[in-house]
Structures are given as structure tokens and as C-alpha cells.
Write a protein that binds this ligand. Structure first.
Ligand SMILES: C[S@@+](CC[C@H](N)C(=O)[O-])C[C@H]1O[C@@H](n2cnc3c(N)ncnc32)[C@H](O)[C@@H]1O
Length: 216
């Protein structure tokens, strides 16, 4: 069977139930807290979350930012986010259906961005180096990137084995890729550990890192 990267259909299908998973909500809370501690968002900052899903992290950070563009390739994920925005009357979050990798769907904001973040999206992108170069190009010089993702894992983290993903990242290798893309001051911290009964039927522990870096 041919595996494919980033199936928008799969994310579309799981969007309505996405927030019902307590493990996902807890992870997003840990990530948002770690970003707040590491980056100190400011009310003057224009931000972007890449692969925002239903906005679990975006909405936690939005009150501390001037604005945040919430980018995703899944229409249904963004429609869940849009409903939250309307219900809560949030004015500074802009959901955008866009694919940063392939430059398809809508254009991404062209004004330079002060702060860019993502959570659990990097491992869904085939060409990590190309993505990091793209993110670096969108940030203003001195702007900050903060990404949370899996440390190198056993290959069984994802319940759906039909999708192509990176099985987490080795921190030194990711640091080298970030530096190669034009970032400096690369720093890692462990955000939390996800404990789950994995696809192989084993209780396993998956550490999640937050990496921060500055555009040189
Ligand atoms: C594992 S989910 C994480 C969602 C959210 N960050 C969270 O923590 O709940 C990955 C998200 O990245 C999105 N995504 C994957 N590839 C993308 C791309 N090239 N451009 C924009 N979004 C993408 C998917 O649609 C999905 O919503």
C-alpha cells in the first residue's frame, strides 16, 4: 500500500471529534504553557501558527498577541476553529486555508511575522529542510520560531499506520536543519510525555520537545 503524507481528508474526518480527546487537549495546554514561558509573546506581535488544527494552541496564545494567522490545510479543522472564534467573539485570530509547503490553497499573509509556532505538525511534512527555509523566509529578522513535536519514536505513535510521517526527530539533527535554514540560538526543552497504548498494543511513553530559534 502506498502511504501518503498529510492527508487532509483524514484530518477533515477527525476534526469534529478532535477536541474530545483529553490527551490532545492536555498536550496543547502543555505546549502553549511552554511557549509562553520560552518566548514571552507580546501584544505588539503578529504571529502565525502553522498546522493549527482546531486552534487549541492558537486560542491559548491569542490573548497575548496582536494577531495570529491560523494556517491549516484541513477545511474541517478550520471550520471548528471558526465556530469557536464566533462563539467567543475573538477578533485577532484569522483562520487561513493554506498549504505552506506547496503554496496551494490561499496565499499566506505577506507582511513579515514576529512569531511563528506549531504543535505536532512538523512530523507530517515530508521535506523538513524545505519547510524550515519557508518558515524562516516568512519571519522578520530577529523573529522567533517555536515548534513542539515528538522526539525520535518507535514508529508506533500514530494510531493510523497508513499515513506517512516522520517518526519524531533527533534533536541534534533538527538543530542542524534549523541552523542550515537560517536560524540561530536554537534551544530545546522537554514539554511533557505522552503516555499511550500504541498501535503495537504496548503502553509507551513519548516525550515531546519544544524547540525555539531566532531568525538570524
Ligand atoms: C497532528 S495535527 C495538529 C493540530 C494542532 N496543532 C493540535 O495540536 O491540535 C497536524 C495539523 O497540521 C495540518 N497540516 C499538515 N500539513 C500541513 C501543511 N502543509 N500546511 C498547513 N497545515 C498542515 C493538518 O491538517 C493538521 O490539522
Amino acid at each position: 500500500m502506498t502511504k501518503i503524507w498529510n492527508s487532509s481528508e483524514r484530518f477533515d474526518r477527525s476534526a469534529a471529534q478532535w477536541d474530545e480527546n483529553p490527551r490532545r487537549r492536555a498536550l496543547a495546554e502543555h505546549v502553549a504553557k511552554a511557549i509562553m514561558e520560552s518566548v514571552t509573546p507580546e501584544s505588539s506581535m503578529r504571529a502565525m501558527e502553522f498546522g493549527c488544527g482546531t486552534g487549541l494552541v492558537t486560542l491559548a496564545l491569542a490573548p497575548y498577541l496582536k494577531s495570529i494567522a491560523a494556517i491549516d490545510t484541513s477545511e474541517e479543522m478550520l471550520s471548528v476553529l471558526q465556530k469557536k472564534i464566533e462563539t467567543l467573539d475573538i477578533r485577532n485570530v484569522q483562520p487561513i486555508l493554506a498549504d505552506l509547503v506547496h503554496d496551494t490553497l490561499s496565499p499566506v499573509p505577506s507582511e513579515s511575522i514576529d512569531f511563528m509556532c506549531s504543535s505536532m505538525t512538523l512530523h507530517h511534512i515530508a521535506d523538513t529542510c524545505a519547510l524550515l527555509e519557508k518558515l524562516c523566509g516568512l519571519l522578520r529578522p530577529g523573529g522567533t520560531l517555536a515548534m513542539a513535536d515528538l522526539d525520535r519514536e518507535d514508529g508506533f505513535f500514530h494510531d493510523d499506520g497508513t499515513e506517512e510521517v516522520h517518526h519524531g526527530f533527533e534533536r541534534p539533527a533538527l538543530q542542524a536543519m534549523l541552523e542550515g535554514a537560517g536560524f540561530r540560538n536554537v534551544a530545546f526543552r522537554t514539554v511533557c510525555e505522552v503516555k499511550k497504548n500504541n498501535r503495537a498494543g504496548r503502553e509507551a511513553v513519548y516525550p515531546i520537545f519544544l524547540v525555539t530559534a531566532i531568525k538570524a
